[in-house]
Design a binder for this molecule. Structure first.
Ligand code: ATP
Ligand code: MG
Length: 234
């Protein structure tokens, strides 16, 4: 579903992503890991066409990431995403639905279903500036689910959440797996990644260090943290 082919992104003299190639299959839960500044968000930006590769290519569903058509069935949650504080969570979801050009009654039905899925019934009509970080994150994830995407691209979906919020997001993502969702996520939450992902890639200074099934990476009884530290500290 996702393919990176020698993807490279340079910002002036800095190579943020350096000749990275890998693929993610349909139905896979994939985590891109790496220390701060490794290039994870840059890869997400290129998949979403917020940044263009300097060389190499990225594709979704066989179409270049430069073509908007590759993202017709893609939901995304960006890093440090923000919801206008003067909206309620419900208004935010409705505005996102309007951007997808869906009919009013379909939008209302979908947003009701999503409010239930993210566990925000009863809070959806209060203003976002009264929400905790966890609630904002849940509405962000909810917005990514509008339009029934087949692929979710999530940049640190549990960022800033407490342990209960982290668990809730995990349970939500697990429930989507049964519906055939594909997930590409960036995360620093290695224990969460161990629990829900099938495959991980670790990048450091823009370079791919490893990409493998989590079962293969953990086969010697190591934790993902052990493997991560060993590879990154080199
Ligand atoms: N617009 C930009 N202009 C110049 N340099 C940039 C730009 N965006 C990112 N960078 C640099 O590219 C490198 C990779 O950044 P990126 O945001 O992709 O890292 P990351 O792996 O997502 O890190 P984090 O875990 O902190 O979110 C960093 O050195 C960063 O400073
Ligand atoms: Mg990032």
């Amino acid at each position: 579903m996702i393919e990176l082919n020698a993807a490279t992104k340079q910002y002036g003299s800095l190579t943020a992503v350096d000749n990275v190639s890998f693929s993610v299959k349909t139905g896979e839960y994939f985590a891109l890991l790496g220390p701060n500044g490794a290039g994870k968000t840059t890869i997400v930006k290129m998949l979403l066409d917020f940044a263009r590769p300097t060389s190499g290519s990225l594709s979704i569903n066989g179409l270049s990431s430069a073509l908007a058509a590759c993202r017709t069935a893609v939901g995304c949650l960006g890093e440090n995403h923000h919801i206008p504080p003067y909206l309620s969570g419900w208004q935010y979801l409705q505005r996102c639905a309007q951007l997808l050009d869906m009919g009013r009654s379909d939008a209302i039905d979908q947003c009701r279903r999503i409010v239930e899925l993210i566990g925000m019934q009863g809070r959806e009509h209060t203003k976002v500036n009264t929400y905790s970080k966890g609630m904002v994150q849940r509405f962000g994830l909810g917005a990514a689910l509008i339009g029934k995407p087949k692929l979710l691209i999530l940049d640190e979906p549990t960022s800033g959440l407490d342990p209960i919020g982290i668990r809730e997001i995990r349970l939500l993502l697990e429930s989507l797996k049964h519906q055939g969702m594909t997930i590409f996520l960036n995360s620093h939450m290695l224990s969460e990644v161990e629990k829900i992902c099938d495959t991980v890639a670790i990048i450091h200074r823009g370079r791919l260090l490893v990409k493998d099934a989590i079962s293969a990476i953990l086969k010697d009884g190591d934790t993902l943290e052990d493997v991560f530290v060993r590879l990154v500290k080199g």
